[in-house]
Write a protein of this length. Structure first.
Length: 153
């Protein structure tokens, strides 16, 4: 009797914690979405490279630790520049794979990074195949739909 009560209490506790974790993820996702919308509104009318810098400034200003955010962004830019330099001599057909390999080599878990990148490539190829015979606007909408992205409004 005591063992079954203990197991029941453990399962109830685990289920409650798991439910709370799911709520935390969706709340965090919504918080990030709202921050991005606020930054996009602040950077309205800014073009090209300046828009990226504006969005970074706005998003990092909203972060709990703006200094750490700016450092993380700078580190990412540095990693990308390093990968681009390492892959610039490669032919176009090999450059994407080289960039993925170089960027994943610098990540915390290179094997996981490579696996996720390969999944993304497979999904993109599948979407391209499904959408290949459509005109430009329909193809973009089709690609978004197949890749699970929301249509642009």
């Amino acid at each position: 009797m005591r063992v079954s009560m203990l197991i029941g209490a453990t399962l109830l506790t685990a289920a409650t914690a798991l439910h709370a974790q799911t709520d935390d993820k969706s709340a965090r996702r919504e918080q990030v979405r709202q921050a991005h919308q606020k930054a996009a509104k602040a950077c309205e009318g800014v073009k090209r490279e300046e828009r990226g810098a504006c969005m970074q400034r706005e998003l990092c200003a909203q972060a709990p630790d703006p200094k750490a955010c700016n450092e993380r962004v700078a580190k990412g830019k540095e990693s990308f520049a390093k990968a681009r330099k390492a892959c610039e001599a490669k032919p176009e057909s090999e450059r994407r794979d080289c960039m993925r390999h170089e960027l994943c080599a610098q990540s915390k878990d290179p094997a996981k990074c490579e696996a996720q990148a390969k999944e993304a490539v497979a999904a993109r190829d599948k979407a391209r195949e499904a959408c290949k015979d459509k005109p430009a606007d329909e193809r973009r909408a089709c690609m978004r739909e197949h890749l699970g992205r929301k249509p642009k409004t």
